[in-house]
Structures are given as C-alpha cells and as structure tokens.
Design a protein around this ligand. Sequence first.
Ligand SMILES: O=C(O)c1ccccc1NCC(=O)[C@H](O)[C@H](O)COP(=O)(O)O
Length: 206
Amino acid sequence: MIVKVCGMRQPENIRAVEQAGADWIGLICYDRSPRFVSSVPSYLPQHSKRIGVFVNEDYAGITHRAHELSLDYLQLHGKETPGLCKKLHEEGFRLIKAFALRKASDLECTYAYAPYCDYFLFDTPCHGYGGSGQSFDWSILGNYKGDTPFLLSGGIRPESLPALSGFHHPRWAGIDLNSGFETAPAQKDAKQLASFIEQFRLLTNK
Ligand SMILES: O=C(O)c1ccccc1NCC(=O)[C@H](O)[C@H](O)COP(=O)(O)O
C-alpha cells in the first residue's frame, strides 16, 4: 500500500516524514492553500516520491514547477480536463487525478481520464479543493469499476485505523494523509505518522 503524506513544506519536517516511512510526499503548488510551497525547499525528498499538487493551473505553470521541484507525479486536484491530462501524459508526466465524491454518479466522469492517469485520488468535496480534514462516504467506492488504482483521501487521522482495516476494494492502492497529522498548516507530527504508518502496514499486510 502506498502511503502519501501531503501538504509538506518545511525542509526538516520533510526529512523527518520521509524517515517516518512515507512512500510519497505531496508539495502543494496552489497559492490559495495554507500549505502552498512558494519556493524550492532546501531539502526535498530523496527516497520518497515527490508529488506536486495543482489546482486549475495551466500547462506552462504545471510544467515549470514540475521541473523546478523535480516532481515524480503531478496530482491534478481541480477541474482539469481530460485534454490537459492527455497532453501532460504525452509529454511523459505521470499523473494522479483527484476527484471529490459526493455520490456514486460522481464516479462517471473518472473513466474519461483513465487512459492518461497512473492513479486516481478520491477525496471529500470542500470549498478550498483539499485538505479539509473531512471524510466522505467510502461505501460510494463500491460503485467504482475502473481499472485505475486509487488512493483513499480526506480526513484520515490516527483514529481511522479501524475503518481502514475494514475497507476493501480490488483497486485500492494506498492512502493520503494530511491535516489529520498536522500541528500547524504544512507541519506534520512525524512521530505520530511513524506509529500510524507502522500500524497501517501491519493491518493491511502490505
Ligand atoms: O492540502 C491542501 O491545502 C490542498 C489545497 C488545495 C488542493 C489540494 C490540497 N491537498 C491535497 C491533498 O491531497 C490532501 O491531502 C487531501 O485533500 C486530504 O486532506 P485532509 O482531508 O486534510 O486529510
């Protein structure tokens, strides 16, 4: 299972979260977020994959930051079109498309993105696009019949372990952690994360 820790910014905290066992570390490239990464941190993940999170950014803006931060994956978290995903995919970028799920029919639009995306990320609808700390009804995912693997996101916190151990889906590939492990915006509790990640791996056996 992939464990992504999103919304990181501070160099020493990035290093600590990497050592805590995060497979992927998310850097928010959206200037309206309290977790916005405005410049290049003096330490960037060396072992964890680097994920850049974008909201309704244009092609030039995305590719500029992808090169600047040497991103491994681009997470598109807004209303990006399948056409933009196609263009980025054809340029060799690896993509994660995020979808906010309110109801089962919200899954229908995911299929148009499947040819261009390596992963989907299913999150909670909210005003600011992400990092809300709220979870959504995971039972909706029983209706997801696609082949693209997905990360479960939105409001996952230390107390979520029992619910995660009861969640099953053939395309479930990992979890995305953010505000549930924060001491301040973009500042994560690395000790709490290390303990959670260890227990999650034991529970899911992966
Ligand atoms: O984290 C943000 O501030 C953010 C802002 C705008 C778009 C996306 C954002 N975060 C992306 C993520 O992948 C979050 O981890 C995801 O929304 C879950 O966050 P949380 O509910 O706090 O666990």
